[in-house]
Design a protein around this ligand. Structure first.
Ligand code: HEM
Length: 515
């Protein structure tokens, strides 16, 4: 395919050069503390399979404070206590993404700035007391897993699907009717925020209030990793203020939701949690509900917005991929030859029959993985790739570097969805070569929801919208705070009836542009 010649040029060169210099396991520093960075399927497998006995996770203090008292971070170590609250389920959900997206990316940036380390095979330096403390959080107890399995069960996803589709259709209509180009990354953030509020939490907040809540929410997110110093005008203080405002808005929405249970045709994630808490003999307090919902919004927001933006960018860069996707939709009766959109609502089995769509989403997640990796604290000294990994140190397993160096992928930097097709199935050999959602016991619990969202977005884009890059060249990609295009990706959307799915000559010309 012609487009295969276009390769990614994303901002990970600094890390890859260090990896090339120092190998798959090397010691570095983050904020003055030692950190061991780990790449490669075998090494990553050992970290991920070593959860609870070799490694564990920890939250930074400012994040713990701003996320509120009912987070899983505050219940670490409480796993054997009956006190552990159901809201931890929500907190885990959200906290995961706080950590795996912003925190990891921010820390990665700091790490780049503070990097002063050399590879030290013997690791003889004194072991610091405690770790520098990076996530992930949460002890996913047995019953919590049961709750999660309900929230992300096939049945639950099927019931979220029409709502997700509606939210996406509405958004695309708004994008298409906008006279100017839109900033895709910014709008994707709003879209995933809306999805969390409307679909997962089932809140019916008026659009205007939703817009205001989103602004406050962004302020909260911007300050969630600030130094925990509560001084006037400090980021931490702004974070606390944003959190208070958000919680007021959420309390109002929760109260309205609790009062108005009639006429609902499905159970959202919040309903399932409230119900499950009752089944476990625990009534959640308003504070727990507020903390939990705030974090759940976060969980559904940053990574999915990053992946959505990458998806749109890749469809723009590779019109032949978009056309092949449209062919698949046509073949399944989801897109008629004239280009008119699919009628009716999508179903899970329809989506799972779209194999090329699956390949496209997988390839976006491989090459533009929103989460660069996961942080762990070492519980007991162990050996990795011939090196001692000392107890108490911090380890970061790198998803992005592992994808970049996986020998199973041919032309690793090329965007080529067919690598996941039946004929090649490049991911079939060794499951830790491809891990956009992590792995082991802490594998992403929302991955099916995230993939579902991305698939619906791709189907709706392919069947209802024509879109063009509004700048001369594609923007550069930055990894901070999550992977996204610098300046957000400016795109002009049109309804599909204004064009018959043609690949425009201008778009063809743009293909030569570098990212
Ligand atoms: C494209 C979107 C997403 C990506 C790339 C992603 C990625 C990840 C990764 C890499 C991890 C493991 C981190 C580690 O090992 O430290 C993780 C964990 C997790 N994710 Fe996601 N995630 C996404 C969307 C979501 C969504 C939408 C939800 C829920 C609404 C969610 C909920 C979780 C939870 C609860 C965990 C923690 C699991 C545990 O600790 O047991 N994720 N995610």
């Amino acid at each position: 395919m012609k487009n295969k010649t276009y390769v990614r040029a994303c901002g990970s060169g600094f890390q890859s050069s260090r990896r090339e210099k120092y190998g798959n396991v090397f010691k570095t520093h983050l904020l003055g503390r030692p950190l061991i960075r780990v790449t490669g399927a075998e090494n990553v497998r050992k970290i991920l399979m070593g959860e609870h006995h070799l490694v564990s996770t920890e939250w930074p203090r400012s994040t713990r404070m701003l996320l509120g008292p009912n987070t899983v971070s505050n219940s670490i170590g409480d796993i054997h206590r009956n006190k552990r609250k159901l809201v931890s389920a929500l907190a885990t959900l959200a906290a995961c993404l706080v950590s795996v997206t912003l925190l990891l990316a921010v820390s990665q940036q700091l790490w780049q700035l503070r990097w002063a380390a050399t590879r030290d095979k013997s690791c003889k330096l004194p072991i610091p007391k405690g770790s520098m403390g990076f996530p992930l959080i949460g002890e996913t107890g047995h019953w919590l897993l049961q709750v999660f399995s309900k929230i992300f069960s096939h049945e639950a996803l099927e019931s979220y699907l029409p709502k997700i589709q509606l939210v996406i259709q509405d958004t695309l209509r708004a994008w298409s009717s906008h006279p100017e180009a839109i900033n895709v990354y910014q709008e994707a953030q709003k879209l995933t925020f809306r999805m969390a509020i409307r679909v997962l939490l089932g809140f019916s907040i008026p659009e205007e209030d939703l817009g205001h809540l989103f602004e406050v929410y962004q302020q909260f997110v911007e300050n969630v990793f600030s130094l925990p110093v509560d001084l006037p005008f400090s980021g931490y203080r702004r974070g606390i203020q944003a959190r208070q405002t958000l919680q007021k808005g959420l309390e109002k929405a929760i109260r309205e939701k609790l009062q108005c249970t009639q006429g609902k045709d499905y159970s959202d994630a919040l309903d399932i949690l409230i119900e499950s808490s009752k089944e476990h003999g625990k009534e959640m307090t308003m504070q727990e509900l507020k903390d939990g919902t705030l974090e759940l919004i976060f969980a559904a927001y940053a990574t999915t917005a990053s992946a959505s933006t990458s998806l749109i960018m890749q469809l723009l860069k590779h019109p032949a991929v978009l056309e092949k996707l449209r062919e698949e939709l046509r073949a399944k009766g989801l897109l008629h030859s004239g280009g008119c959109p699919c009628e009716g609502t999508l179903r899970l089995d329809t989506l799972s029959g779209l194999h090329y769509l699956d390949c496209v989403i997988k390839e976006v997640m491989r090459l533009f993985t929103p989460v660069s990796g996961g942080y762990r604290t070492v519980l007991q000294t162990f050996e990795l790739d011939g090196f001692q990994i000392p107890k108490g140190w911090s380890v970061m397993y790198s998803i992005r570097d592992t994808h970049d160096t996986a020998p199973v992928f041919k032309d690793v930097n090329v965007f080529d969805p067919d690598r996941f097709g039946q004929a090649r199935s490049e991911d079939k050999d060794g499951r830790f070569h491809y891990l956009p959602f992590g792995g082991g016991v802490r594998t992403c619990l929302g991955k099916h929801l995230a993939k579902l969202f991305l698939k619906v977005l791709a189907v709706e884009l392919a069947s209802t919208s024509r879109f063009e890059l509004a700048t001369r060249t594609f923007p550069r990609i930055t990894l901070v705070p999550v992977l996204h295009p610098v300046d957000g990706l400016s795109v002009k959307f049109f309804g599909l009836d204004s064009n018959q799915n043609k690949i425009l000559p201008e778009t063809e010309a743009m293909l030569s542009a570098t990212v």
